[in-house]
Design a protein. Structure first.
Lengths: 111, 163
């Protein structure tokens, strides 16, 4: 029982150990480092382009648009039937003697 | 303000400096986008918290990857146990307890960690914390309540194991 009370006391003291905490002071060279980084200059075109493309407001619509275009092309190609003109069909059939349907209808020339 | 917040969340002076730099670079680049809908300090806190959390997540991912690599026997750096964090602003007689508390804070879920750090380390009110976290005051109260309960459990376990 005493042990439990003791532990509870320790826990409370630890929880309150941040009372009166002061702000940490910055390293004197931190400002110099920040200034140097800001003065480093503009980023290259490619890094700016990459930063622009990787923004969620650009990347998500681009992906959605790509998926939409792919889906549209897929369904459009599926529904298209290859239409062969009638006269092309007939000339092809006559060239290869395909107009006769059965062997009994085909004429065999006598020797 | 920025560095102190980053230090409280990251519990590492070098990481806090890196994040502080990133925050000021971001502020410099996007100051034109600041619409003054909130206070400038609120905006700064939001960027700091966001950058600090990103840094923490990157570190955790690296740690996880290194652990998986070590399972497969792939070389690499040995994982070193994080040393106790001593906040420079803590009074000398509280340093040891504060180090134990920071270790426990590090194990809290992100939102509870942020709320607790902003309140205890930065001294922000619940209203100010709700502005920073873009949530309601009652949500902040709930986060603080859960954070304190979790910390009590963690500290209880710590002192029981010590005995």
């Amino acid at each position: 029982m005493d042990n439990k009370k003791h532990i509870q006391g320790e826990v409370e003291k630890t929880l309150n150990s941040l009372e009166g905490i002061q702000r940490a002071t910055a390293n004197p060279y931190l400002f110099t480092r920040i200034r140097a980084r800001l003065e480093k200059g503009d980023k290259s075109f490619w890094s700016r382009a990459l930063a622009f493309i990787s923004r969620p407001s650009v990347a998500v619509p681009a992906i959605v648009l790509t998926i939409f275009i792919n889906t549209a092309i897929f369904f459009e190609s599926k529904s298209e039937k290859v239409q062969v003109p009638q006269d092309v069909e007939q000339s092809f059939a006559s060239e290869y003697n395909l107009s006769d349907n059965t062997i009994y209808e085909s004429t065999i020339e006598p020797e | 303000m920025v560095q102190n917040t980053a230090l409280g969340i990251l519990q590492n002076a070098e990481d806090a400096e890196d994040v502080t730099q990133e925050v000021f670079v971001q502020v410099f680049e996007s100051i034109k986008a600041f619409k003054a809908e909130s206070k400038l300090s609120t905006w700064l806190y939001r960027i700091t918290v966001s950058k600090a959390l990103d840094h923490l997540r990157r570190k955790k991912r690296k740690k996880r990857f290194a652990y998986i690599q070590s399972l497969f026997g792939a070389g690499g750096e040995t994982l070193i146990e994080k040393p106790d964090f001593n906040h420079p602003g803590v009074a000398l007689d509280n340093k040891e307890r504060a180090a134990i508390l920071f270790k426990a804070i590090d194990q809290l879920p992100e939102n509870q960690k942020i709320a607790f750090t902003l309140h205890k380390v930065e001294g922000l009110s619940y209203q100010e914390i709700s502005d920073v976290m873009k949530t309601s005051v009652s949500s902040v109260e709930s986060l603080m309540h859960r954070a304190k309960n979790n910390l009590k459990k963690l500290l209880n376990d710590h002192y029981q194991n010590k005995e």
